[in-house]
Design a protein around this ligand. Structure first.
Ligand SMILES: *Cc1c(COP(=O)(O)O)cnc(C)c1O
Length: 376
């Protein structure tokens, strides 16, 4: 890696070749005809929304999905003209921008839909919307048992096109699928009533990655996938697909090496004390870069071997024990997350350090770490 490009001896590497391979594998694995909404919210979980979206579309994604208006506008500003689905809830003052930039909001309220319709008519446009149905997560969407009136009201409005109906699973990636199946049943009830009323939509969707992997009976017309193309599984127990690999690694370099004496403390709070003379390495990254705040927990890879983190890490630095790596020297590359020779520090291993999920760690690497894209 060319270090002059990074401006800093700490960076995030994104392997776009592997991203292409991941999409290829997913396309081969999925039922033919099943559409993919590529979810690139939160800068594609820290991987770069524009880069991931571009490749997703190359590999046939039928639309992109973001949560905030700004995320969608960033895609538009990069000349991505594909349909964009806005997940979550819009405030009334965001609707004009949806019309101006041809964004498809999820809507669950006829009043809001009517406001959007008026704006669309004024602009001489047709805006596609998806009705969000709450089937049990109690987050966004119209309650399933009361959603039909909303759906039929929206279906009849001019200025907007009812393109889809959607819901979201509260728990699709765990072994116990009972609540997911209940949500699916509620969603199907709504679809059945729509059919009776003669309301047709082209995109019925309820699956995220967990649902895509484990609930094929819930695929309908489209699945919304964020984490899987990035090569990361939502949980330990969901189905695996051969060949998928993470595309993000986080790396740094040893900037200082020092020799401790027996009894020397290390770091804030003096959480580590040397019990013998030994070497440590100082790494110029910390919780200000998105690494969890830890004390004598976690490890990094140097020369393919594990160097345990000692003491408490700071905002900008952490110290590692070099006793396993006698040949380590200043300037050597260090892997905080990713593979090094035969070992790997996975996103799940880092997530376990602060009892969180992989999503939180991926999206948590800060902008302070430059992103380096590796392609062809
Ligand atoms: C984030 C999100 C997704 C994507 O979830 P993954 O598990 O990353 O595939 C899908 N649908 C909605 C509504 C989301 O908010």
């Amino acid at each position: 890696m060319n270090q002059t490009l990074t401006h800093r001896p700490a960076w995030v590497e994104i392997d776009l070749r592997q991203l292409r391979r991941n999409f290829e594998i997913i396309n081969r694995e999925k039922p033919p005809g099943l559409k993919i909404a590529s979810v690139v919210k939160d800068d594609a979980y820290g991987h770069g929304a524009v880069q991931v979206a571009g490749i997703a579309l190359e590999y046939g994604a039928s639309c992109l999905a973001t949560v905030t208006l700004n995320e969608a506008l960033e895609l538009r500003e990069s000349n991505l003209r594909a349909p964009i689905l806005l997940l979550g809830e819009r405030m009334n003052n965001e609707l004009a921008a949806c019309v101006e930039h041809d964004l498809s909001p999820c809507i669950s309220d006829p009043g809001k839909a009517s406001l959007l319709a008026q704006l669309a008519i004024k602009a001489n446009k047709q805006i596609r919307v998806h009705v969000d149905i709450d089937t049990g997560m109690s987050r966004y969407g119209a309650r399933w048992s009361e959603s039909l009136s909303t759906i039929s009201a929206i279906a009849n409005m001019s200025g907007i096109i009812l393109e889809g109906v959607m819901s979201h699973f509260a728990m699709s990636d765990e072994t116990d699928k009972s609540f997911a199946l209940l949500q699916l049943e509620r969603f199907e009830q709504v679809l059945k009533m729509m059919k009776i009323r003669g309301i047709q939509v082209s995109d019925r969707h309820i699956c995220n990655t967990g649902g895509f992997l484990d609930l094929p009976q819930a695929h309908f017309d489209m699945v919304r996938m964020g984490i899987l193309p990035l090569g990361v599984y939502p949980s330990k127990v969901c189905r695996r697909i051969n060949g998928l690999k993470p595309i993000m690694s986080v790396k740094t370099r040893i900037v200082v090496i020092k020799e401790l004496d027996d009894g020397d403390p290390v770091g804030y709070g003096m959480r580590y004390t040397a019990s013998e003379k030994h070497r440590i390495g100082v790494l110029p990254v910390g919780y200000g870069d998105g690494y969890p705040r830890v004390r004598n927990k976690g490890a990094v890879l140097i020369h393919g071997k594990r160097a345990p983190i000692i003491g408490g890490n700071a905002m900008d630095a952490m110290m590692v024990d070099l006793r396993n790596i006698p040949r380590a020297k200043t300037g050597d590359e260090v892997v905080l997350m990713g593979e090094d020779q035969t070992d790997e520090i996975s996103v799940h291993e880092i997530a376990a350090l602060k009892s969180t999920v992989s999503y939180d760690i991926l999206a948590g690497w800060r902008a302070r770490l430059p992103r380096i894209y590796c392609d062809n």
